[in-house]
Design a protein around this ligand. Structure first.
Ligand code: S3P
Length: 486
């Protein structure tokens, strides 16, 4: 580990133990998670019903990448000069990041031309927010911002919706504490929480105990306002948007393959300059129309301009192994990220085993893969899924229960899911989505190829990552309506 002038409160509390054992103690186990029903959603629930579709055809433009959008606003509102952001995802999660950056003294506004413009005062130029930063449903926004503010001599308060308030933040608090910040949170490191930033941040060398791009990014963002070189080592590579974008903004960052893993080193306190960013379509959002086309007979759709970062395309790799008819056309690079157009046609699929090492490159895609697996001949086994238990909902349990309710043969393991498919699912149920956008979209897609309607209890969360989802899917030929309209 790097220099550590004083013993951090977390280390004082837990004693000198490995990061992994501290996290095991600090992060909630599945049983400890407070049921979301304790916290009714702020807005009235919006149920939706999805009925069997005939065939899906046409071209669907999916919204911008959520990961890149959060980072664009954060780095743009730090950089000197103007950052033009084309294709920003205008979903609730990202809009919360924009609001938080404004509260911290940055600028981020949408122009009448649809282009977002961010403007900052340079690294070190943020100021204390005069109110709580409410990140809504956004775990990425919260974790990245916790890092960003940790190396400033002020205090930031974070909260969010019931889902966010059940999510473990100790994984971020632990390395930030080593850098000199203090974090005061509810049990298990859950929000509401306060980050007491430090005037004298210390660079660290930190080996990630969980494969998490959010934790890696929180440390790198804290390192921006920290003198010296901060190194994050990731035993399993995760999405590298933060690294690519920091380089693009002019920071000095190196990546080295070491015995312990991929080591990313950032030299602190660079001058980063505004630039143009073109946000590609989000492969994690594209996964929903793509899945729908694979399971609805006769479908043939085109998804243009989808991000194809190698750390994000584990789902496409898996689906090709399952025999899916997906072709990538017009491969190109835009603003440092590989992109291409996906052509997807319906066809027969077969079950496969998805190895645990693939999980980081498709971590958000397991709910929709589980739906696709219900239409594949034989068994699909998904392994190494412990992280799914601490996403917007416990996705392993939510998917297993929902699929079983739809009449699908599924087994939930401690960190695995097995789906035996090939028969048309019965459907005819209403699924609780537990404030989880990807659960909501997954079951609406399932309804497109099930015998009976599949309903979800609340579509509200879908706007966090995929505004316009229902119109886009119905434009391709789906039948998603309010349950009363049927
Ligand atoms: C994200 C990283 C992933 C992913 C999340 C977005 C990011 O989380 O699930 O939706 O933008 O860095 P973890 O890195 O915690 O697995």
């Amino acid at each position: 580990m790097g220099p550590c002038a004083k013993t951090s409160p977390l280390v004082q509390f837990f004693g000198r133990r490995s990061s992994r054992s501290i996290l095991a103690a600090a992060e909630p186990t599945r049983r400890e998670v407070i049921p979301l029903t304790d916290h009714p959603p702020a807005a009235a629930p919006r149920p939706l019903a999805s009925r069997m579709a005939q065939r899906l055809t046409g071209t669907a433009k999916v919204p911008g990448d959520k990961s890149i959008s959060h980072r664009s606003l954060m780095l743009g509102a730090l950089a000197v000069g103007e950052t033009e952001i084309h294709g920003l995802l205008e979903g609730e999660d990202v809009l919360r990041s924009a609001a938080a950056m404004r509260q911290l003294g940055g600028e981020a506004e949408r122009g009448a031309d649809g282009i977002w413009r961010a403007r900052g005062r340079g690294i070190g130029g943020l100021r204390e927010a005069s109110d709580v930063l409410d990140l809504g449903n956004a775990g990425t926004g919260t974790r990245l911002l916790m890092g960003l503010v940790a190396a400033y001599d002020f205090v930031s308060f974070f909260t969010g919706d019931a889902s966010l308030r059940s999510r473990p933040m100790a994984r971020v608090a632990e390395p930030l504490t080593r850098m000199g910040a203090r974090i005061v949170a509810r049990a298990g490191g859950r929000p509401p929480l306060a980050v007491i930033g430090t005037a004298q941040p210390m660079p660290i060398t930190y080996k990630l105990p969980v494969a998490s791009a959010q934790v890696k990014s929180a440390i790198l963002l804290a390192a921006l306002n920290t003198p010296g070189i901060t190194t994050v080592i990731e035993p399993e590579p995760t999405r590298d948007h933060t690294e690519l974008m920091l380089k693009g903004f002019g920071a000095t960052l190196t990546v080295e393959q070491t015995k312990e893993g991929r080591a990313v080193s950032l030299t602190g306190q660079p001058e980063i300059l505004g630039r143009k960013i073109v946000v590609p379509g989000d492969p994690s959002s594209a996964a929903f129309p793509l899945a729908a086309a694979l399971i609805v007979p006769g479908s043939d759709i085109l998804l243009p301009n989808i991000g194809l970062n190698p750390h994000r395309i584990g789902l496409v790799e898996t689906l090709l192994e399952m025999g899916a008819d997906i072709t990538i056309e017009n491969r190109r690079e835009e603003a440092g990220e590989p992109v291409g157009d996906l052509r997807v046609r319906h066809g027969a699929l077969r079950g496969v085993t998805v190895p645990p090492e693939r999980a980081p490159s498709m971590i958000d895609e397991y709910p929709i893969l589980a739906v696709i697996a219900a239409f594949a001949e034989g068994e699909t086994r998904m392994l190494g899924l412990a992280e799914l238990r601490v996403k917007e909902s416990d996705r392993l349990a939510t998917m297993a229960q929902g699929l079983a309710a739809c009449g699908i043969d599924v087994t939930e393991g401690a960190d695995s899911l097995a789906v035996r498919g090939g028969k048309m699912p019965a459907g005819g149920v209403r699924i609780p989505v537990r404030l989880d956008h990807r659960i909501g979209m997954s079951f609406l897609v399932l309804g497109m190829a099930a015998k009976n309607l599949v309903e979800i209890d609340d579509a509200g969360a879908i706007d966090t990552s995929f505004p316009g989802f229902v119109d886009l899917m119905n434009g391709l030929g789906a039948g998603i309506t309010a349950p009363s309209d049927r």
